[in-house]
Design a protein around this ligand. Structure first.
Ligand SMILES: [Zn+2]
Length: 344
């Protein structure tokens, strides 16, 4: 009985003096666990006489219940204290200034590309892409620019081998599309992509730039179909009051070929510094697909004709947003790029 009293005092003392969850856990180990002092009291029962056993057992049970209650009460107090401390340490100061998140946005060239793609997709065109490293065959020969032709001046083209080059125009994609169709019509595609020329970089030239070319092939496709298509493009890109005019030109790939001017969106054709007082801005090249090009791609039916056009994305973006230096697109100056957030 003395031993019971002694353990009671020890346990109460240990529980009361516990200041933390770690300390109260130790009390549990010392008294309540398998090798704890209360459990070891129980094992002493076998040394007692049968008459003494029930009395002793009852005493031990009472002790156990009493200590368990004291233990539980203290544990709750310490748990609460630990929670209060955690909450206090995680307190949020709502008066502190916030963190300024910096979001990226679409590059101005991509904004223009997506706009043009959207216009043509609405008219049922497919968007085709191709490889930037291209075979001479598709970049030049199939586009009616045979070897030794002055148009493929070595000065202009980055050759990798005699037959492999960095494409100088996205025409190569169109030539592959023609070949893949193997005489089947209709074809309605636009081909956006990066192209490369050996050019010295300045405010209006870059050795790398972006084009979108378009190609339509079908029965009886005419120059007036081309005009209507490009007029729609001009109105969608530069405003409903725009109109276009054709000037005769020369490209190997088309016959007849035209330069396409759009009435100036800055002065409405009155004359200003952007259009150099002409009222018009030269914006793209176009024409009827040369019969030799169709023939090389396997189109034998002479009633099948087509038109093609090509536009420089940088040129369109510069006119649309009043950008004066083409190099601004590539120098990754965040101050320049940030201005285009609102155009997305
Ligand atoms: Zn003007």
């Amino acid at each position: 009985m003395n031993q019971i009293q002694q353990i009671r005092e020890e346990a109460i003392q240990a529980i009361e003096s516990s200041q933390s969850l770690e300390e109260i856990k130790k009390v549990h180990v010392d008294f309540f666990a398998k090798k704890g002092k209360i459990t070891s009291l129980m094992s002493q029962m076998r040394n007692l006489s049968p008459e003494e056993r029930p009395v002793f057992g009852q005493q031990v049970n009472e002790l156990k219940n009493e200590l368990q209650q004291a233990y539980d009460a203290k544990l709750e107090v310490l748990n609460q204290a630990a929670m209060d401390q955690k909450l206090a340490s995680e307190k949020i100061d709502l008066t502190l200034p916030g963190i300024d998140f910096s979001f990226g946005h679409v590059h101005p060239l991509m904004i223009v590309q997506r706009e043009i793609e959207q216009i043509f997709m609405e008219m049922g065109y497919d968007v085709l892409e191709g490889d930037e490293v291209e075979l001479d065959l598709y970049n030049f020969e199939r586009a009616n620019i045979p070897k030794d032709h002055p148009a493929r001046d070595m000065q202009d083209t980055f050759y990798i081998t005699d037959e492999l080059l960095l494409r100088t125009h996205t025409t190569a994609i169109q030539m592959r599309a023609l070949e893949a169709n193997n005489g089947e019509i209709p074809i309605r595609v636009i081909c956006p992509g990066k192209v490369y020329r050996k050019d010295d970089d300045d405010a209006t030239h870059s050795h790398q730039f972006n084009q979108i070319e378009g190609l339509v092939v079908g029965h009886g496709v005419t120059l007036s179909d081309l005009k209507g298509t490009l007029e729609l493009l001009a109105k969608r890109m530069f405003g409903q009051n725009r109109h276009i005019r054709f000037r005769p030109s020369y490209f190997q790939f088309t016959e007849p070929s035209v330069e396409v001017d759009v009435s100036c969106h800055m002065c409405d054709g009155e004359g200003c510094s952007v259009c150099k007082d002409t009222g018009y801005i030269e914006i793209l090249g176009a024409g009827m697909v040369h019969p030799a090009v169709l023939e090389m791609a396997g189109f034998e039916d002479k009633t099948i004709t087509g038109f093609a056009f090509g536009v420089g994305l940088e040129r369109v973006a510069m006119l649309k947003y009043g950008i004066e230096d083409i190099r601004s697109f590539y120098t990754n100056d965040a101050r320049f790029l940030k201005q285009f957030e609102r155009f997305e």
